[in-house]
Design a protein around this ligand. Structure first.
Ligand code: FE2
Ligand code: FE2
Length: 259
């Protein structure tokens, strides 16, 4: 079973870039399951039913989120009703949406779990504890588990890799929008990468127009942020999962959007 995971889609440039790159990505990687992080898909922060629909139209099976999950109020009902979108499982359980979902891919029941880091981000509960509880609850209900760990700190992400090694098929790091070069299959059989990067403009500062980001750093004053739109890249990773629910390989994906 081949899982293609795509990092944070930022705004319209990210959505359009994904749509234009997906046919060739599908042809090249032949994924059975496509997971896309959509937390920045609406205007650079948050997601709406409309931006989610655009992402599904590109061939995504499941959308994951992160710290911007609730930025757009109008999405709350959608998060409750749509089974193929997940928000961090370690947020308050009464919040809109669900923390994991189970989908069928290549004859396997695959659970997709979203977790948010506790360092420099706000969470209700430890992502480590919630990961343990969720994995336990999925016993007998899923043949493989794939995690989007949306977190700021490399240390917390690497620690999660070791914590879950041998218990999940893959951990795809998201949130920093910058890809890391540490993709590998850990000794216990879990594919791991600290961050897959983002899908959007490389001409800005993690998705924001660079002159606005620079003005904020230089003046320390509030600055309006708009989404950068040129030099769009699609970033992610491809993981091959065996029948035992563990990874055989991981490969980073990083392609410029052309045409
Ligand atoms: Fe993001
Ligand atoms: Fe984020």
């Amino acid at each position: 079973m081949r899982v293609l995971f795509i990092g944070d889609v930022v705004g319209r440039p990210g959505r359009e870039g994904l749509a234009s790159a997906m046919p060739s990505l599908r042809e090249q990687h032949l994924p059975d399951l496509v997971i896309v992080n959509g937390e920045n898909s609406a205007g650079g922060v948050g997601v709406t039913a409309e931006t989610a629909a655009e992402i599904y139209e590109t061939g995504a099976d499941v959308i994951t989120l992160g710290n911007h999950a609730y930025r757009k109020r109008e999405v709350y009902g959608f998060l409750d009703s749509e089974l193929r979108i997940v928000r961090p499982a370690n947020y308050p359980s009464a919040n809109p949406g669900r923390g994991h979902t189970i989908v069928d891919a290549a004859g396997m029941r695959v659970a997709v779990l979203n977790l948010c880091g506790a360092l420099h981000l706000q969470v209700d509960r430890s992502p480590f504890v919630v990961a343990d509880e969720t994995i336990e609850s999925l016993r007998g209900a899923a043949d493989a588990i794939v995690v989007d760990f949306h977190a700021e700190m490399t240390s917390e992400k690497v620690a999660m890799g070791w914590h879950l090694d041998g218990r999940v098929a893959a951990i795809f790091g998201t949130h920093t929008h910058i890809p890391t070069a540490d993709d590998r299959v850990l000794p216990g059989g879990t594919a791991y990468v600290t961050d897959v990067g983002m899908t959007g403009s490389r001409a800005g500062v993690i998705g924001v127009r660079r002159e606005q980001a620079l003005e904020a750093f230089l003046t320390q004053m509030p600055v309006r942020f708009d989404t950068a739109d040129d030099d769009v890249w699609v970033m992610g990773a491809l993981v091959e999962v065996g029948d035992d629910g563990l990874a055989r390989s991981i490969e980073r994906v990083m392609v410029p959007v052309t045409g």
